[in-house]
Design a protein around this ligand. Structure first.
Ligand code: ACO
Length: 332
């Protein structure tokens, strides 16, 4: 799908908590090692919230993105926040950020499609921009506090995750825009964290449906190998889909920014796509997997380090719980 109206990233931003935790810190209380974590995941260190709420991290990233775009909060018409770790079940994190930015002219809501969240948010922003002539600027902000749902006694998952936020301001621009989004609900139990399931005062539980997930606890649970298999299929598939829709080849992508889950996943997917690692943005060594925040953090790094330049064709690709996958392709 190539829209007549494309998108332009007017500004980006990121925030990661100052508290850093390296692999050796895990070896101090778990049967693991820096060598195992590096060689199996590529992760060296991650940033962990020292009390910063999700909305606060998102706000810092959003402020940077607004500053880079040279606009005020009042100029935003829509705020889309993506998170699997909100501070409130309701209201939406986007509403808290809207209040803090004084974005009095903006509608605000949250999206949860796990690690695909930012890509999904960008695609929704593109569609709003394409169909609403009065909408000038959309803020997409992704904030994650994964340490809140991490089981630090599970060595196969706790070493993967980090906290942080990334954001971008989007506006309309005639040009290339291609998107592909997909979900496969048969993979719900491959990667999940339970929500509150308390019964009401009036309920006897007579109509309870057998649990398909572990009812104990609200930590993130994953079948590591199943997720790995899915991710190494999903990433090349989503990229190929946006290329096919745009009638382009992988050689025409200047920079690929994938969800930062695991270096081995990215390398395997790159091989399948026959895409050179030199044109793939990787920063998971510093941040670990920050779910939906990982792509906008990497995007902001790419912009601020000069790796992504105006006119470059950039592809963002995400995959995660749901199971979900998605990619967008446009000119920076
Ligand atoms: N330190 C040392 N040993 C470990 C650790 C650890 N931290 N974790 C697991 N092991 C052990 C296992 O117990 C197992 O031991 P065993 O052979 O005695 O049973 C051995 O290492 C190998 O385990 P595997 O699960 O086969 O290890 P694998 O190479 O598959 O790596 C990993 C595990 C890193 C979790 C991998 O499967 C993975 O990355 N999966 C994808 C998960 C993911 O990315 N989730 C993120 C959320 S979703 C998303 O963002 C896409």
């Amino acid at each position: 799908m190539v829209f007549l109206t494309g998108i332009r990233i007017a500004g980006t931003g990121r925030y990661v908590p100052p508290l850093t935790v390296d692999n050796n810190a895990f070896a101090a209380f778990l049967d693991t090692s820096d060598e195992w974590i590096r060689s199996r995941t590529g992760i060296v260190t991650r940033h962990i919230s020292d009390g910063e709420p999700s909305w606060y991290m998102g706000l810092q990233a959003a402020r940077q993105a607004l500053e880079a775009a040279g606009i005020s909060g009042q100029q935003l018409g829509l705020i889309i926040d993506t998170t699997v770790t909100p501070d409130y079940v309701t209201p939406a994190t986007a509403c808290v950020i809207q209040r803090e930015l004084g974005a009095v002219n903006a509608m605000a809501f949250d999206v949860n499609s796990a690690c695909t969240g930012f890509v999904c948010g960008v695609d929704m922003a593109a569609r709003y921009l394409a169909t609403d002539p009065e909408l000038s600027y959309v803020l997409v902000v992704s904030n994650e506090n994964l340490s809140r749902i991490t089981d630090f006694s599970d060595r196969s998952s706790c070493i993967l995750f980090g906290d942080g936020a990334g954001a971008c301001v989007l506006e309309k621009k005639q040009g290339l825009y291609s998107a592909y989004m997909m979900a496969d609900g048969t993979g719900v139990t491959s990667l999940y964290a339970n929500a509150n399931r308390r019964l009401s005062l009036f309920s006897k539980g007579e109509h309870a449906v057998p649990e398909e997930t572990d009812p104990q606890g609200d930590f993130l649970r994953q079948e590591g190998r199943a997720v790995y298999r899915f991710a190494t299929e999903a990433m090349p598939r989503a990229v190929q889909q946006v290329l096919d829709k745009a009638g382009m080849t992988a050689a025409e992508i200047d920079l690929l920014i994938p969800h930062q889950a695991n270096l081995r996943i990215i390398e395997t997917a790159a091989k399948k796509l026959q895409f050179p690692m030199e044109r793939i943005m990787v920063d998971l060594d510093k941040y670990g997997n920050t779910s939906s925040a990982s792509i906008p953090i990497a995007l902001d790094e790419a912009v601020r380090s000069g790796r992504l330049n105006r006119g470059d064709r950039v592809c963002l690709v995400g995959f995660g719980a749901g199971l979900t996958m998605g990619a967008v392709l446009f000119e920076y």
